[in-house]
Design a protein around this ligand. Structure first.
Ligand code: NAI
Length: 291
């Protein structure tokens, strides 16, 4: 019998996380601050599971069972029976701290609190809790069902068994759990600064166009996606604040300085796929290859 897992914040990441853990046999309770959002997420995940079954990538009965394990929790209090709550809400320290502090009053003492933060300190999020030893980072990547890796990040006071439990759960869901320490950007977003920040620097210095930089890094260096394709997929509204946070937390270390191109493009609404234009254009949602 699986766990009861609460997911707070049912946007891009919360939905993906719900899908993989429902598919691996857990009961999922979805909660979102916006009225109707959790129900939309439930339908969305149901549609994804049904499509997997249609394509023969999942047994139809299993997909139906997974769907039936997902419930909407209208109020936060409805998460009281959860063994684990994963938050994927807005990337703001005070908002995440406030949520965890409310959850601590609702959940049993054995429940684990996990944050999907991409750039905030797990230790700082846990600092607002009465029991910071049960808080850890659980950093998934978009799209969660396809990106089969997750960083498990203990804060300064997290107990080792919390890390072990999160690792085991991810493994059961077919994800590779990688332990990373609670440093700015953890592992992937730290290493990613070299990839994305340098690519933006190349663009700013007019060394090459985005499509050429992407092509070289894909074809010659073996990356699955070039840095500009990746930025467009993630959305500058998500990756811009991550860059700013990592820079800030490293005390303005020059190698992490975000490119001025980011703020300019954010102001222009060139966020990437989600706005139809980023470094590439996406008429009808599909990427138009530059000539
Ligand atoms: P999103 O904007 O798609 O979804 C966030 C959801 O949280 C929304 O439905 C919103 O209504 C809800 N929400 C906001 N404040 C809330 C609160 N106080 N209580 C309950 N619900 C609340 O955001 P997304 O992209 O899913 O990101 C969520 C978290 O995951 C952020 O911390 C982000 O940094 C992190 N993350 C995002 C990645 C990405 O590529 N989008 C990748 C890895 C981590």
């Amino acid at each position: 019998m699986g766990l009861t897992i609460g997911i707070v914040g049912t946007g891009t990441m919360g939905r993906g996380i719900a899908q993989i853990f429902a598919a691996s046999g857990n009961r999922i309770l979805l909660h979102d601050a916006r009225e109707g959002a959790a129900a939309e997420a439930r339908d969305f995940v149901g549609g994804m599971l049904a499509r997997l079954a249609e394509k023969g990538r999942m047994d139809a009965g299993d997909a139906k069972d997974a769907m039936n394990r997902i419930e909407v929790a209208g109020k936060l209090e409805a998460l009281a029976s959860c063994d684990l709550v994963i938050e994927a809400i807005v990337e703001k320290l005070e908002v995440k701290q406030e949520l965890f502090s409310k959850l601590e009053k609702i959940l049993s003492s054995h429940a684990i609190l996990a944050t999907n933060t991409s750039s905030l300190s797990v230790t700082a999020i846990a600092a607002g809790c009465e029991k910071p030893e049960r808080v850890a980072g659980y950093h998934f990547f978009n799209p969660v069902p396809l990106m089969k890796v997750v960083e498990v990040i203990p804060g300064a006071r997290t107990k080792p068994d919390v890390v072990d439990k999160l690792t085991g759960l991810a493994t059961e869901a077919g994800h590779k759990a990688v332990r990373a320490s609670d440093t700015p950007g953890f592992l992937v977003n730290h290493a990613g600064r070299g990839y994305v920040t340098e690519a933006l620097q190349l663009l700013r210095e007019r060394v090459a166009e985005p499509a050429d930089i992407d092509r070289i890094l894909r074809d010659a260096a073996g990356f699955r996606m070039g840095p500009f394709e990746l930025l467009d997929l993630t959305g500058l509204d998500v990756s811009g604040p991550v860059m700013a946070q990592v820079y800030k937390q490293f005390y303005q270390e020059p190698r992490f300085r975000p490119s001025p191109l980011i703020d300019q493009r954010l102001s222009a609404g060139l966020l990437g796929r989600k706005t139809g234009e980023g470094f590439y254009e996406y008429p009808d949602g599909k990427k138009a290859e530059p000539g």
